[in-house]
Ligand binder design. Structure first.
Ligand SMILES: [Zn+2]
Length: 469
């Protein structure tokens, strides 16, 4: 299919844009030049909004209003030629602003035809930039902060740091250090941990160390609590549903508001459906580390078209769309079977973001060649090193899906999975102004969190102009 698409002008947008002419009071705003760190995403960009010299004429709030002009925004599943308005970190309804408040923009940003999508959400990332979230250290807070800062350059505005199967001592040491927190100039927000294992199948353990695998045999949910120590900062748990007593564990996790994902498993379809009836809603990296599709028993993959999903419940599935871990044909099968459940994940390892060549990471020496990360001297893949923006582009290019669907797989769908679509993953009025500005090839030009500029590409540092008149 053609990758070009028309960006329709919406009727109301035209009216709103005429109404949105710069107020005589709108001023030139000199943009603070991005500091040295911000260009490579390794540092905080700071707040570009200059303090107002006088209060604005607004009845509801005196907080400055930013208008993004000349852009195509992803709204109602469509890219629309419409301006985007932001105040106090939230997306504003311009009709209310004009007609009820008689308000106007304090700051205007000419987006020069950019696409604006909701900030990307990565529900499975093991590390990056040399940091492994599963390593035993008392300094993980610092490591996670560094990764959070660097992720801004990939359009990710919030994420779930992921721990693979580890010794109990590592869970007790690391889990309390990674707290849920809002994003901002210092980095992408942390939505909570994704604990992948250790309650998984030996047969489908993948790269997880077998000696640390566990079961719920003895005490059911208490076994899980004893292993993790605390569930305070936990958002997702990946487990194998065929393990004994998994149903009671799933029920209790869901009751506590934790998302249960099925993966690293030899589950058949009936076992997977039973887990879904207990509240499981996610499939961890579909196709990888599970039984292959078989027509008489399609296993976990069969959930995509199962008619046993309880009414009102949705099934989502993670996919590593890096062009290496999933064949494009498999990506298309999943997408066509269940397009609204596709959640892009990077599943990135600590080698993500490092330059080509050899790196010593923990006990391993890894060689990076393009998008491949090999165990040095071999052709054994050691994990994904794709970034979320790369995965979005790859999905769009190979899955035969629209640009809108590719963008929603990294924003709306993970937000729905995590139950946060009232605040994130959309550009609806009243939601958080976490934004990714991209060119028409979906390369990230700038990232905003709560309406605040947090990263901008060096090459476009001067392109996005602010000010008016
Ligand atoms: Zn895995």
């Amino acid at each position: 299919m053609s990758r070009q698409r028309a960006f329709p002008d919406t009727g109301s947008a035209g009216i709103l844009q005429r109404l949105a002419r710069p107020s005589p009071k709108a001023r030139h705003v000199t943009q603070r030049s991005p500091d040295r760190w911000s260009c490579d995403g390794s540092g905080a960009a700071g707040n570009f909004l200059l303090p107002l010299k006088m209060p604005s004429n607004k009845s509801v709030s005196d907080a400055p209003i930013t208008q993004f002009l000349n852009c195509h925004i992803l709204k109602d599943h469509t890219l629309q030629r419409e301006d985007l308005w932001v105040r106090e970190g939230k997306i504003l309804n311009p009709e209310k602003l004009f007609f009820d408040e008689k308000g106007y923009a304090d700051v205007q940003i000419d987006c020069k035809g950019s696409i604006i999508a909701p900030g990307f959400i990565d529900a499975q990332i093991n590390g990056g930039y040399g940091i492994d979230f599963s390593s035993a250290t008392d300094d993980m807070k610092c490591g996670v902060s560094m990764v959070a800062r660097r992720l801004l350059s990939t359009g990710v505005t919030s994420f779930c740091p992921t721990l693979v199967t580890s010794p109990v001592s590592v869970y007790h040491q690391v889990i309390p250090q990674i707290e849920v927190q809002d994003g901002g100039p210092k980095g992408a927000g942390i939505l909570g941990l994704h604990l992948e294992g250790p309650f998984i199948s030996k047969e489908k353990k993948g790269a997880h160390p077998e000696q640390y695998l566990q079961t719920f045999e003895k005490h059911g949910f208490q076994d899980l609590l004893d292993t993790y120590g605390s569930l305070d900062n936990v958002r997702i748990v990946t487990l194998a549903p065929e393990l004994n007593r998994s149903e009671e564990v799933i029920r209790e996790l869901v009751r506590r508001g934790i998302c249960v994902s099925l993966g690293h498993s030899v589950s058949n379809l009936a076992q997977a459906e039973a887990a879904v009836k207990q509240g499981a809603t996610f499939i961890t990296h579909l196709f990888n580390a599970m039984l292959p599709f078989h027509h008489r028993d399609p296993g976990i993959v069969g959930l995509l078209t199962s008619n046993e999903i309880p009414a009102g419940q949705s099934i989502f599935y993670g996919m590593i769309a890096d062009g290496i871990h999933t064949n494009p044909a498999a990506l298309r099968i999943a997408y066509r079977a269940h397009p609204t459940g596709l959640v892009l994940v990077t599943d990135a390892i600590m080698a993500m973001g490092l330059p080509a060549g050899r790196h010593t990471l923990g006990q391993q020496v890894i060689e990076i060649d393009g998008l491949h990360a090999y165990v040095a001297g071999t052709k054994t893949l050691s994990g994904s090193i794709a970034t979320m923006d790369m995965c979005v582009r790859h999905l769009w290019q190979v899955a035969g899906c629209s640009m809108e669907h590719a963008l929603e797989a990294a924003s709306l769908h993970p937000a729905e999975l995590l139950g946060i679509s009232q605040t994130k993953g959309t550009l609806e009025y009243g939601t958080d102004a976490d934004l990714v500005l991209m060119d028409k090839e979906l390369n990230v030009k700038a990232t905003y969190i709560a309406g605040e500029w947090v990263w901008k590409h060096c090459k476009v540092a001067n392109e996005l102009e602010m000010g008016s008149e």
